[in-house]
Design a binder for this molecule. Structure first.
Ligand SMILES: [Zn+2]
Length: 258
C-alpha cells in the first residue's frame, strides 16, 4: 500500500453462509446473505489449509461477522467471527435437510446485490427455530409463504384472483398461475387446486402472523400436507421463470416423487 491512493477499502457486515465451493488450491468461494447488501459471493483465501482459523466460522448455516476487503473479483474475507453456529440443528439429518432447503430457496430467489433485510431476518429466525427443535413441516410452510411474499410473489388470499370479490371463510380453490385463491364460483370454471377451508385458514394464518404465533399452532398432518402441495406447485411455478433454478427444481420434484 502506497500513500492513500491505492488504499484497500474494508467493510464489515453480518452474514449467513448459504453455501461454499472449493476454489484453486486452498480457497473457497462463499455465497453469503447479508442484511444490507443481500446476496454476495466472496472468497475465503487459504481457508482449506489445516491451519486456517477462519474455516470453522464459514460453514453453511453459520451467522457470522465478516470484515471484507473490496477487490476487483470477489471481495476477500479478512476476518470471520461466528455469532451463532446453531449447533443443535447440525445434530439431526432432518434439520440439516430443512436448513439446506431454506438456504437454497433464499439463494434461488435472491438476485445478487438486491437488498432485502426481511429475507435475512426470516432466515435467521428460521435457523434459530430449527436449532430449538421446533416442528419442521410447520416451520418450512411458514418459511415458504413468507419468503415468496418478501420476494414479490405474495399469494393473494384475501380477494378472489379472478372476480376480485372478498373471499369468505368457505371451501375455496387456489390457482398457481393466477397467483392466489379463487372463490367457489370462479373455482368451478377455472383450472385450480381445491383448497378446503382448513387449508385456506392455515395459509392465511401463516401469511399474516409472526412466527412466534405460528409456532403455537396445532395443525393436523393432513392439512399441513395439503398446504405443502400447494406451496410446492407455487414455488416450482415461480422458480421456473428463473434460469438457474432448473437443477434445484429437479431435486425438489424427485423429493416429492413427481
Ligand atoms: Zn371469484
Amino acid at each position: 500500500m502506497q500513500g492513500g491512493k491505492n488504499r484497500i477499502r474494508l467493510y464489515r457486515t453480518e452474514a449467513i453462509v448459504l453455501r461454499h465451493r472449493d476454489y484453486g488450491e486452498a480457497d473457497r468461494i462463499l455465497t453469503i446473505y447479508t442484511p444490507e447488501l443481500g446476496k454476495l459471493e466472496v472468497i475465503g483465501k487459504g481457508v482449506r489449509k489445516p491451519t486456517s482459523r477462519k474455516a470453522g466460522h464459514l460453514e453453511p448455516f453459520t451467522r457470522v461477522s465478516l470484515l471484507l476487503a473490496e477487490s476487483r473479483s470477489w471481495d476477500i474475507v479478512t476476518q470471520a467471527e461466528a455469532i451463532e453456529t446453531f449447533p443443535n440443528l447440525r445434530q439431526s439429518l432432518d434439520s440439516i435437510a430443512a436448513a439446506s432447503y431454506m438456504v437454497e430457496l433464499v439463494d434461488r430467489f435472491a438476485q445478487e446485490g438486491d437488498r432485502n433485510p426481511g429475507v435475512y431476518e426470516l432466515l435467521e429466525e428460521s435457523l434459530r427455530a430449527l436449532d430449538a427443535g421446533d416442528d419442521i413441516p410447520l416451520l418450512l410452510r411458514f418459511f415458504e409463504i413468507d419468503l415468496v411474499g418478501l420476494e414479490g410473489y405474495r399469494p393473494e388470499l384475501r380477494k378472489c384472483v379472478a372476480c376480485g370479490k372478498e373471499l369468505k371463510p368457505v371451501d375455496s380453490f387456489f390457482s398457481v398461475e393466477m397467483g392466489g385463491a379463487l372463490c367457489p364460483d370462479c373455482g368451478k370454471s377455472i383450472p385450480s387446486i381445491p383448497m378446503p377451508l382448513s387449508v385456506f385458514k392455515v395459509m392465511r394464518f401463516l401469511q399474516s402472523r409472526p412466527y412466534s404465533e405460528v409456532r403455537q399452532l396445532q395443525v393436523s398432518k393432513r392439512t399441513l400436507e395439503r398446504v405443502e402441495q400447494i406451496m410446492f406447485r407455487y414455488l416450482v411455478h415461480y422458480l421456473e421463470k428463473k434460469p438457474r433454478s432448473a437443477g434445484f427444481i429437479r431435486r425438489l420434484r424427485k423429493m416429492k416423487g413427481e
